[in-house]
Design a protein around this ligand. Structure first.
Ligand SMILES: [Zn+2]
Length: 305
């Protein structure tokens, strides 16, 4: 295993402060390997990052991760649970060019196209990128173009990162690069796990949203907002209590608890226990900074006031 660039000094990749606390996790979600993964948490800003990223990270994204063995009818059916995403976007923009970074099984692309957006995508997995391009007839922008191409500067009205920022090795650098692709007035939507979450404090390395080794960075919302400001991205709204937040909170309790055992019967009982605890904590976890995940919306402005 190689250290990530952030680990060279052992200091926080964001504020460069020292870190003393660490969290050890395993791949409880997909069980690709039994290795231990060591995360550090910054003493100053709370950023959490993986220090022993595997060289062969691709193998930790098995086919079942992308759910690409589906036809269009199935896509429509599966996309219905992602309706909340297009509902968020259309509150700000109703049409135009949209770039989805990390489209997964393409549910959001399907909905955005249906809504009339001209959609492009960026998918890090080569196999999934090919599937997305042919299944939805969209242009899949390569990483090099995402970082360097000039023909797509000031081109997009909407850029979305639905739970993809945590998979990126250098997320702030990427956000800086994609900010130049947004038109003035365009919006950037970033949904990501919250390292200040109540569940993370309780479960630590067992927390399902830590998802080692796929999640390389858990970004505190304040760090994200401050970083975006540098790229003329003004924080417009941070959502903590909507349909998706509640869904991710519930998922966190159910999955984390059911992964505590390999016994099928005990697994089901623990899952139900998770559902019950989710219900009890529902109001608390809808408060700012408490929930498992946040959705942040930024607007590209000429200059920040
Ligand atoms: Zn820090």
């Amino acid at each position: 295993m190689n250290a990530t660039p952030a680990d060279q000094s052992g200091n926080c990749p964001w504020c460069k402060h020292s870190s003393s606390k660490s969290v050890i996790g395993r791949d409880y979600n997909y069980s690709v390997s039994r290795s231990k993964y060591l995360y550090k948490r910054c003493n100053n800003c709370g950023w959490v990052w993986l220090t022993n990223q595997p060289d062969d990270l691709d193998k930790y994204y098995p086919a079942r991760y992308f759910k690409t063995d589906q036809d269009q009818n199935n896509v429509a059916k599966l996309a219905s649970v992602e309706q909340y995403k297009i509902d968020i976007v259309t509150r700000f923009k109703q049409s135009g060019n949209l770039l989805d970074i990390g489209p997964g099984a393409g549910g959001f692309i399907y909905l955005a196209q249906k809504c009339g957006f001209t959609v492009s995508a960026h998918e890090a997995s080569e196999i999934n990128a090919k599937w997305i391009a042919s299944e939805f007839n969209v242009e899949c922008i390569t990483l090099i173009d995402l970082l360097e191409a000039t023909h797509i500067e000031n081109y997009f009205d909407v850029i979305t990162m639905w739970h993809s920022a945590e998979h990126v090795e250098l997320p702030v650098e990427l956000i800086g690069k994609i900010s130049r692709l947004l038109r003035i007035g365009g919006i950037l939507v970033i949904a990501s796990p919250n390292p200040q979450a109540l569940q993370f404090r309780i479960f630590r390395g067992r927390w399902t949203h830590l998802d080692p080794p796929r999640h390389l960075n858990l970004i505190p919302i304040n760090c994200l907002i401050e970083s975006c400001q540098k790229f003329h991205l003004e924080s417009t709204e941070v959502i903590w209590g909507d349909y998706s937040a509640r869904g991710w909170n519930r998922f966190g309790w159910e999955q984390t608890l059911s992964h505590l055992t390999n016994n099928r019967s005990a697994e089901k009982l623990l899952f139900l226990l998770g559902t019950g605890i989710y219900g009890l904590c529902r109001s608390l976890e809808m408060r700012p900074l408490k929930g498992a995940c946040y959705t942040a919306i930024f607007k590209r402005v000429e200059e920040l006031n």
